[in-house]
Design a protein around this ligand. Structure first.
Ligand SMILES: *Cc1c(COP(=O)(O)O)cnc(C)c1O
Length: 323
């Protein structure tokens, strides 16, 4: 297997803990949690593992500015801004949202971390606006390095292939790994890593915002590219990817009653903070699947906490305490 250039910015390995009180409350299977909310970089999260490889590539190419994009409460943008600050690079974030919005949650942290925020004109024009911001930085001689949405290309996903190696080395036998899946890099890396490092459990992405077929295709393609980047000629097809798209509700970033219940149960039974956009939604899906008897009682389910907690403090999600 090939090794890739990497900078070490994450606190690894992240711990794995039991969730006995939540498991008992749900009358469910054994529940474990892997704490990638504790990767250490400015409140952490899954993007930090991806950035270890993306930023290494940027530095190898002589880049001086990281350019990426996301929603106003993007965890990916916040972790990219922090990585840039850590390495002495500039960071340009193209955000979709309201420029009048007062800073809170991740957006407040983006500004604190010194990122330059460029507002996309609209959701529809966001790709063009990102391209324009990148070209402008290039013309100004700022040596920009482009990081796709969610850091989800093969280089970024490699971080999750190696996360799977980490999980295997921690010696935990899990029948299922459950987590939120959106741009697909996390799941693709896990799927590639499971094959390369011999993880036997099933990897179930709870879709945050995408239809099942779209996400399965994306994950299969990206997992294939990731394995090839690592020098392994294997391929994956959509029908071997597990995605449950039954919990997307009213779409990205719109917290519903199920998401909210999950945030509250994790907090009140385990003292764990999951977020209103990603991990709350995946936790809500996992809880619903437990209640439906989807997992058998002798199985072990590992919830992979991908971070996102700063969004809990965004003013947009103040209603997280409601029933
Ligand atoms: C970005 C993100 C995800 C989704 O990861 P993808 O690789 O985009 O599928 C999940 N959870 C959190 C907290 C995130 O910020």
């Amino acid at each position: 297997m090939k090794s890739l250039p990497r900078i070490e910015i994450a606190h690894l390995p992240t711990p794995i803990e039991e969730m006995p009180r939540l498991s008992a409350h749900l009358g469910g299977p054994r529940l474990l949690i892997k704490r990638d909310d504790q990767t250490g970089l400015a409140f952490g999260g899954n993007k930090t593992r991806k950035l270890e490889y993306l930023v290494a590539e940027a530095l190898a190419q002589g880049a001086r500015t990281l350019v990426t994009a996301g929603a106003v409460q993007s965890n990916h943008c916040r972790q990219t801004a922090a990585a840039a600050a850590r390495l002495g690079l500039d960071c340009i974030l193209v955000l979709v949202g309201n420029p009048q919005e007062s800073p809170s949650g991740n957006y407040l942290l983006d500004l604190l971390l010194g990122a330059e925020v460029v507002w996309a004109r609209s959701w529809e024009t966001r790709h063009d606006d990102l391209q324009a911001a990148f070209e402008a930085a290039r013309e100004q001689g700022r040596k920009p390095y482009f990081i796709p949405y969610g850091g989800s290309n093969a280089t970024g996903a490699a971080g999750y292939a190696f996360a799977m190696q980490e999980l295997v080395s921690q010696g935990v036998e899990a029948d299922w790994v459950v987590f939120p899946s959106s741009s697909g890099g996390t799941q693709a890396g896990m799927v590639a890593g499971a094959r390369l490092f011999g993880f036997e459990g099933r990897i179930l992405g709870i879709s945050v915002d995408e239809p099942e077929s779209v996400l399965k295709e994306r994950v299969a393609r990206l997992a294939t590219e990731t394995a090839r980047l690592l020098g392994e000629d294997v391929s994956f097809s959509a029908d071997e990817i597990f995605v449950d798209a039954g919990y997307t509700g009213e779409g990205y970033g719109v917290m519903n009653a199920r998401d909210r219940e999950a945030v509250q149960l994790f907090a009140r039974y385990e003292g764990l903070l999951v977020d209103p956009v990603y991990t709350g939604r995946a936790a809500g899906g996992m809880i619903d699947l437990i209640r439906k008897g989807f997992f058998s009682s002798h199985e072990t389910v590992l919830f992979w906490h991908t971070g996102g907690t700063p969004a809990l403090l965004a003013s947009k999600y103040r209603h997280v305490l409601e029933d």
